[in-house]
Design a protein around this ligand. Sequence first.
Ligand SMILES: C[S@@+](CC[C@H](N)C(=O)[O-])C[C@H]1O[C@@H](n2cnc3c(N)ncnc32)[C@H](O)[C@@H]1O
Length: 207
Amino acid sequence: MTTKLAIETYDKIAQKYEEVYGKHWDDCEFTERFFSMLKNKDKVLDVGCGTGNSVPLLLNQGCIPVRIDLSSKMLDIARKKFPKVKFSKMDMRKLHFKDNEFDAIFCGYALIHIEKNQVPGVLNEFSRVLKKGGLVFFALIKGDKESIVKEPLDKNLKMFFVEFEKDEIERLLKRAGFSVLSMDEDYYKDEYEEYNELFLIAKKNRK
Ligand SMILES: C[S@@+](CC[C@H](N)C(=O)[O-])C[C@H]1O[C@@H](n2cnc3c(N)ncnc32)[C@H](O)[C@@H]1O
C-alpha cells in the first residue's frame, strides 16, 4: 500500500489538487532553466504529468511532449483542460517506450511517490528511454523519510511520500548513468503544507 495508495488518493483529490496547484509551475526559475536547455522539436516525456500543469510551458518551448500519469482522475482533468493534447495512463515503473526515444524527461513531484527500493529501477527506465546526452528534471522533497501521512489537501485521506537527501539522489542517478548538472534547494510553504524541496537537472552519459 504505497504507490498504489498515492494513486488512490490522487484519484480522490484530483479536483482539489487542480484548484490549489493548477498554476504552480508558472514563474518557477528552476523549471525555466530546464526548459531553456531544450531545443525546438525535442521529444519530452512528462512523467507523472498530473492535471497537465506543465503543458503550456513545454508547448511554448516548441517541444513534442508525451504525457503519462497513473491516476485516471488526474488525467481526466488534464484532458478537459487540454482537449487537443494526448495523455496516457502509464506507470513510470514500466515505460512502454523504445530505447533512446526521448531527448528529455520532466518529472515534477512524481518520484516522491515511488518506494525507495523501486527508485533505482525507475531511474534505469528513464535512462533506457533517453538518448545519450538526454536531460532529466526532477522536483523532489528533501529529507530522509519514506512515510504514510495525512494527505495535506484532505486530512481524512492518507498519502505516501518519499524524501531524498542530496547525496542520495546524486548517487542513485550516477548509478543509473546520469551526471547531475544542477541541484537547487528551496523552501515551500502554503496553507496546506511546508517542506524543503530539491530541483535537479541531470544528463544521461551512456548509450
Ligand atoms: C504531486 S503530483 C504532480 C503532478 C504534476 N507533475 C505537477 O507538477 O503538477 C504527482 C503525480 O504523480 C503521479 N504518479 C505517482 N506515481 C506514479 C507512477 N508510478 N507512474 C505514473 N505517475 C505516477 C500521480 O498520479 C500524480 O498525478
